[in-house]
Ligand binder design. Structure first.
Ligand code: CU
Length: 151
């Protein structure tokens, strides 16, 4: 096919009238389970002897322990209702703070909360306990509804 005919054919295939359209996204409820996971805590000193020096005065982890939220990145779409289930399997308490949502996560508990993804953006959530910062955090990524095809 010569280049002019090929270009004409491609343009015809991609015109607005005949191009396939994606259905508009319909917001939905999404169930998300987030677990508080200890990564480097004092109790692990028996497994990792180097932690004794890390937690000692002047050590790189003095005054804190390393925990994570798993998953630490959650992706949803504008308008979604996010039904959060927090699992905290260990005996230390945590918190989950996402904007105006602040949830206490007692030790060895399952806690539920709901968050509405009102606007697209990237929102940081943290455990606000000083000994768990700066490591215990994550992000809620809210995609614009217009950028997502309905599933
Ligand atoms: Cu914490």
């Amino acid at each position: 096919m010569n280049p002019t005919r090929l270009l004409t054919a491609l343009l015809a295939a991609s015109c607005c009238a005949c191009a396939p359209r994606h259905a508009a996204y319909v917001p939905r409820a999404r169930d998300v389970t987030i677990t508080a996971v200890p990564l480097l805590t004092r109790e692990m000193g028996r497994i990792y002897p180097f932690l004794g020096r890390d937690f000692a005065p002047g050590g790189v982890l003095e005054g804190r322990e390393v925990y994570a939220f798993v998953p630490s990145t959650v992706t949803v779409v504008e308008g979604d209702t996010v039904r959060l289930v927090f699992v905290n399997p260990e005996d230390d308490a945590h918190t989950f703070v996402l904007g105006e949502l602040a949830v206490g996560l007692p030790g060895q508990s399952v806690t539920r909360a709901t968050w509405i993804a009102r606007r697209a953006g990237v929102y940081t959530f943290t455990c606000n306990m000083a000994a768990h910062l700066p490591s215990m955090w994550g992000q809620m990524v809210v995609l614009t509804a217009g950028a997502v095809a309905s599933e």
